[in-house]
Design a protein around this ligand. Structure first.
Ligand code: COA
Ligand code: ZN
Length: 315
């Protein structure tokens, strides 16, 4: 029998999830949610982002959130960082990992980060040199499977940006399908190419369920050998600077699917579902995740009363 495959989950609801929410979520609620997520068995939690408060007002309390969360040993507390200023704030807040971000698409980089990709690369390369190994660096490449404004992003282009960051000694790359354009055959090809090009890096795939392909893409990734995934509680999420962006793959739906298939996610699904069920109260609206509403596939329902009579009749 094959050994059980371990899959490592990174929860992004309080960053990718909250950044697109219209109504400010209280700092107390953010801290409480991160603390509760810390008890669910995640490998990593992307807590917040150190971006311009004007660009992402929802996460303007990043320092306070990082300062107040209770850090569970064994869980990494990561933060998104777009530039040098963000990196300085993140280091000050003692983040366990800096998740630097730039886009594989020039147009999305201009929309999201207000500069060409080369400028982002130069700024982030400066951050990496400045950090000098003191804190692990992950680089998220947005719009890696396609851009809602440019269309196709050739795989070779994505790999070239990955190689440039790998050359600077980063620990990992997150390959992000920012607006749910990826399909499973593309993900299979990407998974193979990534592992071939970057055998020594932590490779994480990040999917949005914008077109209902999220779980299919998760499956293509893990069947293609990828062991690290991003998920967002309740399926919240989206980039405010990517037209048409909507929620990530719901963590609880992905954990439920992979658990049913025999993968070991390390996550306590009961705790996760309980959190997913209180999430609508925190954000003030229903959330797209499905398993929290439907229950697990193993949760059974009583048969209608007349079934017993039918059984007797057909016995
Ligand atoms: N943290 C806090 N403030 C920051 C900052 C950071 N990381 N980066 C820039 N700022 C502030 C500057 O101090 C300046 O403030 P001031 O006008 O009061 O002096 C202002 O933001 C503009 O600075 P500038 O360097 O000109 O940045 P910009 O306006 O070109 O914005 C980004 C660039 C990247 C900082 C901004 O677009 C941003 O934060 N985007 C968020 C991207 C994101 O998270 N998208 C979703 C996830 S993919
Ligand atoms: Zn995302």
């Amino acid at each position: 029998m094959n050994p059980v495959q371990r899959i490592y989950f990174n929860e992004v609801a309080t960053r990718d999830g909250f950044q697109i929410e219209p109504n400010f979520i209280a700092t107390d609620d953010k801290v409480a949610l991160v603390d509760a997520l810390g008890d669910c068995g995640y490998a990593k939690i992307e807590v917040t982002s150190f971006t311009s408060p004007r660009a992402i007002p929802m996460l303007r309390d990043a320092e306070e959130v990082m300062g107040r969360i209770h850090r569970v040993p064994g869980v990494e507390y990561s933060v998104l960082v777009p530039n040098r200023r963000g990196a300085e704030r993140a280091l000050e807040a003692r983040a366990d990992e800096l998740n630097l971000v730039m886009s594989a698409s020039e147009t999305h980089n201009l929309a999201n980060l207000r500069m060409p990709r080369e400028n982002s690369f130069a700024a982030l390369a400066g951050v990496i040199r400045h950090v000098d190994g003191a804190t692990p660096i992950n680089v998220s490449l947005s719009c890696a499977f396609g851009c809602p404004m440019e269309g196709d992003v050739p795989q070779g282009e994505l790999l070239r940006w990955g190689e440039r960051f790998a050359g600077l000694g980063v620990r990992g790359l997150s390959i992000c399908d920012t607006t749910g354009m990826a399909h499973p055959a593309q993900v299979s090809r990407m998974a193979e190419a990534l592992q071939k090009h970057f055998p020594d890096l932590q490779l994480t795939l990040h999917f949005h369920n914008t077109r209902g392909m999220g779980l299919a893409n998760v499956l293509a990734a893990v069947q293609g050998g990828i062991t690290r995934l991003d998920g967002s509680l309740g399926g919240l999420g989206g980039c405010p600077y990517a037209p048409g962006a909507s929620g990530n793959v719901a963590s609880e739906d992905a954990v439920h699917m992979l658990g049913a298939m025999g993968y070991d996610t390390g996550i306590d699904l009961s705790k996760l579902l309980a959190l997913a069920r209180v999430l609508p109260d925190i954000v003030g609206h229903a959330v797209p995740g499905q398993v929290a509403r439907a229950g697990r596939s193993t949760d059974l329902h009583p048969a209608p009363d007349f079934v017993a009579a039918l059984r007797a009749q057909f016995a």
